[in-house]
Design a protein around this ligand. Structure first.
Ligand code: VGL
Ligand code: ZN
Length: 197
């Protein structure tokens, strides 16, 4: 596949709290670091924009259990748990998008309450490729929002992990039904991902 300046890679929420040992671990989240890094290198090489989203909550966020939400506190702004996972390749010119910063609003999608759409349009991006965690929450939500906004969207399933297996499968169905396409590293670049950064 011809990756160019009109493409963007969106890496969703590869933060310590979503990895094993974190506050809200996604099983196998750490296993995708290598392939996520390989995608980042390829997209950068070809002049595409690399976007990294991060969950970036205040201490009293509405999604936390003590406020009646479904989650334990996680990704609190400025804490170690909110940092990008060690070993994640964060290019200097990557666009970092923080979401969920409003105490009163949940924001699974990288588009919600952020300037992501504006930035993508300003740079002439038409296709986006999405990787990261969790397939059944923030990846899905970001993908569906991108489709609604008219972008062509590919989900990089070999570089995604879900909170639950069933949730992940349902999310994939829903994304496909909504118009997303699925691809993989070998399909895009014709070779296996290798670690050499
Ligand atoms: C997420 C649960 C709560 C995610 C964020 O990144 O998928 N999941 N906040
Ligand atoms: Zn969150």
């Amino acid at each position: 596949m011809n990756v160019s300046e009109e493409d963007a890679l969106i890496v969703v929420d590869m933060q310590r709290d979503f990895m094993p040992g974190g506050a809200l671990p996604v099983k196998g989240g750490d296993e995708i670091i290598e392939i996520v890094n390989s995608y980042i290198r390829k997209f950068k090489e070809r002049g595409a924009l690399v976007v990294l989203t991060r969950d970036w909550h205040p201490t009293d966020h509405i999604s936390f259990r003590e406020r009646g939400g479904p989650w334990p506190p996680h990704c609190i702004q400025g804490t170690i748990g909110a940092e990008f996972y060690p070993g994640l390749y964060v290019p200097e010119d990557a666009l970092i998008v923080s979401k969920g910063s409003d105490s009163e609003r949940e924001a699974y999608s990288g588009f919600k309450g952020t300037d992501l759409e504006e930035e993508l349009r300003r740079r002439g991006v038409r296709r986006i490729f999405v990787a990261g965690v969790a397939t059944d929450f923030c990846v899905k939500s970001t993908v569906l929002d991108a489709l609604r906004r008219g972008f062509e969207v590919y989900v990089l399933l070999d570089a995604c992990r879900s909170v639950s297996k069933e949730g992940g499968e349902r999310a994939v169905e829903e994304m496909i039904k909504s118009g997303a396409k699925i691809t993989s590293y070998s399909e895009m670049f014709g070779s296996r991902a290798v670690q050499n950064c």
